[in-house]
Write a protein that binds this ligand. Structure first.
Ligand code: HEC
Ligand code: HEC
Ligand code: HEC
Ligand code: HEC
Length: 271
C-alpha cells in the first residue's frame, strides 16, 4: 500500500471518529448511563472529574492554576477542545495514579531490594516529575513513592506528584546554551535559578506584553515564545529510557534500551 493511500484511509477513519465523538457528546444528558462498575449498570449518573490541584511549589504549579484560563474552548461544532480537558484524560496526566505503574514500581523494589531507593527515585523522575524534581533540587534526596512517600496524602508534595506530567513541567522544558536537547532518561532541563513569580512557560507563538502580564499576575508564570516546544526532541526527554541491567550476582552490568519511541520514529519512514 503506498503512503498517500494510507493517509487517505487514515483521514476517512479520523473524520468518522470525529463525527462519532461529537454525536456522543451531544447525546450525553443526565439520563445517559456512562459508567459500568463490576458488571452492574449505574443508571442516570454522570461522574464529575476531581478538581485539578491549585498547589504552588518552588518550581511548578498544579494544573488547576492553569486551567482557570486555558479552558472552555470549543470548535465550530461546539465540541470541547479545551487544553485542560484534553490533557486530563491522557496517560501523562495519570502517570502517577496509573495502578499498573505503581504495581511495577513496587514489584521492582521487591525483586531488586538492594537498589530499591534508586529504582523508586528513577521511576518517579518521569511519572511524578514535578515532585521528584523539586525534592531532588531542594532537599537533595531520593524520592519515595509508597509509605510516607508521594502517594501518601500527608506528604507535602502529594498533589504535585499526583498531577503527573503536568502543564508547568512540559512548558518549562528548555534547551541548553547551544539550543540542543541533551536530555534522554528524564533529564529534561528546567531552569532552577528563576524565582517564583518570574518563571517562564514556553509556547510556540509570540505573546504580546499585555497578554503575558495577565497570565503572570494570575499564575506567576510568564508565557514566552520558544520554538523548541514543537521539536520532537522535546518529548524524547521522557520517551527515551535506558534502565540498568543486573546480573545473577545482583551487580549492574550494563544498560537496557527500555523505551525507544523517539529513536524508533527517527528510523522510520515518517521521519
Ligand atoms: C489569568 C489567565 C491565565 C492563567 C491563569 C494562565 N494563563 Fe497561560 N496564557 C494566558 C494568556 C492571556 C496568554 C496569551 C494568549 C495569547 O496571546 O494568545 C497565555 C499564553 C500561554 C502560553 C503560550 C501559548 C502560545 O501561544 O505560545 C502557554 C504555554 C501558557 N499560557 C501556559 C500556561 C500555563 C502552563 C499556566 C499555568 C501555570 C497558565 N498558562 C496560566 C492566560 C493565562
Ligand atoms: C525516562 C522517563 C521514564 C522513567 C525514568 C520511567 N518511565 Fe515508565 N514510562 C515512561 C513513558 C514515556 C511511558 C509510556 C511509554 C509508551 O507507551 O510509549 C511509560 C510507561 C510505563 C508503564 C506502562 C503504563 C501503562 O499503563 O501502560 C509502566 C508499567 C512503567 N512505565 C513503569 C515504570 C517503572 C517501574 C519505572 C522505574 C523503574 C519507570 N516506568 C520509569 C517514562 C519513564
Ligand atoms: C507533555 C507536555 C505538555 C503538557 C503536559 C502540556 N502541554 Fe501545553 N503544549 C505542549 C507543547 C509541546 C505545545 C506546543 C505545540 C503546539 O502548539 O501544538 C503546547 C501548547 C500549549 C498552548 C498553546 C496553544 C497551542 O495550541 O499551541 C497552551 C496555552 C498550553 N499548551 C497550555 C497547557 C496547559 C494549560 C496544560 C495543562 C492543563 C498543558 N499545556 C499541558 C506540551 C505540553
Ligand atoms: C516528564 C516526562 C514526559 C514528557 C516531557 C513527555 N512525556 Fe509522554 N509520557 C510520559 C509518561 C510517564 C507516560 C506514561 C504514563 C503511564 O502510562 O503511566 C507518557 C505517555 C505518553 C503517551 C501515551 C502512550 C501510550 O502508550 O498510551 C503519549 C501519546 C505521549 N506520552 C506523548 C508525548 C508527547 C507528544 C510529548 C511531547 C510533547 C511527551 N509525551 C512528553 C512522560 C512524558
Amino acid at each position: 500500500m503506498n503512503k498517500s493511500l494510507i493517509i487517505a484511509i487514515t483521514c476517512v477513519f479520523l473524520s468518522v471518529g470525529c463525527n462519532k465523538q461529537s454525536q456522543k457528546i451531544d447525546a450525553i444528558d443526565d439520563k445517559t448511563p456512562i459508567v459500568t462498575i463490576t458488571g452492574e449498570r449505574i443508571e442516570n449518573k454522570t461522574y464529575r472529574a476531581l478538581p485539578l490541584p491549585l498547589d504552588r511549589g518552588r518550581f511548578f504549579a498544579g494544573s488547576g492554576v492553569c486551567s482557570v484560563c486555558h479552558t472552555r474552548l470549543t470548535d465550530q461544532n461546539g465540541v470541547d477542545v479545551s487544553i485542560d480537558n484534553d490533557w486530563r484524560g491522557s496517560m501523562m496526566a495519570n502517570s502517577a495514579r496509573d495502578p499498573y505503574w505503581q504495581a511495577s514500581v513496587r514489584n521492582e523494589t521487591i525483586l531488586f531490594e538492594k537498589y530499591s531507593d534508586f529504582i523508586v527515585d528513577k521511576c518517579a523522575t518521569c511519572h511524578m516529575p514535578m515532585a521528584q524534581f523539586t525534592l531532588s533540587k531542594i532537599e537533595e534526596r531520593n524520592s519515595q513513592v509508597f509509605e510516607n512517600g508521594f502517594t501518601n496524602i500527608e506528604n507535602p508534595y502529594h498533589n504535585l506528584a499526583m498531577d503527573g506530567v503536568s502543564c508547568t513541567l512540559c512548558h518549562q522544558i528548555e534547551t541548553d546554551e547551544s539550543e540542543e536537547f541533551n536530555n534522554f532518561n528524564g533529564r529534561f532541563s528546567i531552569n532552577t535559578r528563576l524565582q517564583e513569580g518570574e518563571r517562564i512557560n514556553y509556547g510556540q507563538f509570540f505573546i504580546a506584553d499585555d497578554q503575558s502580564m495577565i497570565m503572570q499576575q494570575a499564575s506567576g508564570f510568564i508565557p514566552r515564545m520558544g520554538k523548541h516546544t514543537v521539536q520532537s526532541e522535546f518529548c524524547a526527554s521522557c520517551h527515551i529510557l535506558y534502565t540498568p541491567t543486573i546480573d545473577d550476582h545482583n551487580e549492574i552490568v550494563g544498560e537496557f534500551p527500555e523505551q525507544m519511541v523517539y529513536f524508533e520514529w527517527k528510523s522510520s519512514d515518517y521521519y
